[in-house]
Ligand binder design. Structure first.
Ligand SMILES: [Zn+2]
Length: 288
């Protein structure tokens, strides 16, 4: 139970840190929103929290995720530069507060689209009605906007049980949500329906769909390519196998943490999920 509680504590601290901003708005005081061109009419906005995808064109603005509520004004200023401060559509890759925090600010004027479990978990979290997705789906849905098909595809039981990736068919861009932490171990939210095996299965599907020239927007980290996503997948898979082998040899999680992963993964534990947290996640995600 100690191990199980550790994971709950980890998940809780994550949600507090990113959803509820325990220290108020001060931590956002110095955040600026940087606009990074991706390809054609697609951009990525980087501030604090999950990376935002933007389609800007003759139909207007569509955004993917909206970081934290205190940043909504700065996000609106950034998309105003791309054509309008009022998106017609807001897509959520999943329900975490560092990706949906601005929903209450955008929801009055934008149609919010997300997997049905995003809505269910936001309702369970007492989010106001204005912040909730109004269009939901179970497997996938396409939005025909700015001259191309923009498709949300559900990624079952991976990062959470609410996730989708968003594929821009003509632009050949994919927004991965938190199925991609570029350069770091991922957070897999076991308390909210995530599993490491589902996460790997989902990454395999995406890697089979996209090409070498696909632009890949990660949930966290810098703009990437298929080979970056492949590197990430290899690290998640290889470290998971290492941890599972030790678990099958009846090693305790404490002993596996004490022994550490093979050399070469040090840089991957420098982000939000350090090596110990990753080992605990994998250990707890697989049955004995
Ligand atoms: Zn997340």
């Amino acid at each position: 139970m100690i191990r199980f509680n550790a994971v709950i504590a980890l998940a809780t601290s994550y949600l507090c840190l990113f959803s509820f901003a325990a220290n108020g708005q001060d931590r956002f005081a110095n955040v600026t929103i940087e606009t990074i061109p991706v390809v054609g009419n697609i951009s990525m906005l980087v501030g604090q929290g999950g990376n935002i995808g933007v389609s800007a064109g003759s139909d207007g603005i569509l955004i993917i995720d909206d970081q934290f509520a205190p940043l909504a004004g700065r996000i609106k200023a950034a998309i105003m530069e791309l054509g309008s401060d009022t998106p017609k559509f807001l897509l959520n890759t999943h329900f975490h507060g560092d990706h949906t925090g601005g929903n209450a600010d955008f929801g009055a004027d934008s149609v919010i689209v997300a997997h049905e479990n995003v809505r269910l978990r936001m309702v369970a979290g007492d989010q106001p009605a204005v912040a909730l997705p109004v269009v939901t789906y179970d497997d996938d849905v396409s939005i025909h906007f700015n001259g191309e098909s923009i498709t949300l595809i559900h990624m079952p039981r991976g990062h959470t049980d609410t996730d989708s990736v968003v594929y821009f068919e003509d632009s050949n861009v994919i927004h991965m949500g938190d199925h991609f932490f570029n350069g770091g171990f991922p957070f897999v939210d076991l308390v909210n329906g995530g599993t490491v095996q589902g996460y790997l299965n989902n990454l395999e599907k995406v890697l089979s769909w996209i090409g070498d020239d696909t632009s890949v927007i990660p949930g966290h980290g810098s703009l990437a390519s298929k080979s970056d996503l492949m590197n990430f997948y290899n690290v998640v898979r290889d470290t998971s196998v290492e941890i599972r082998i030790k678990k099958s040899q009846r090693m305790s999680v404490e002993d596996i943490v004490g022994e550490g992963l093979s050399p070469g993964y040090e840089s991957w534990g420098q982000g939000f999920i350090d090596e110990e947290a990753w080992i605990q996640t994998v250990f707890n995600s697989y049955p004995r």
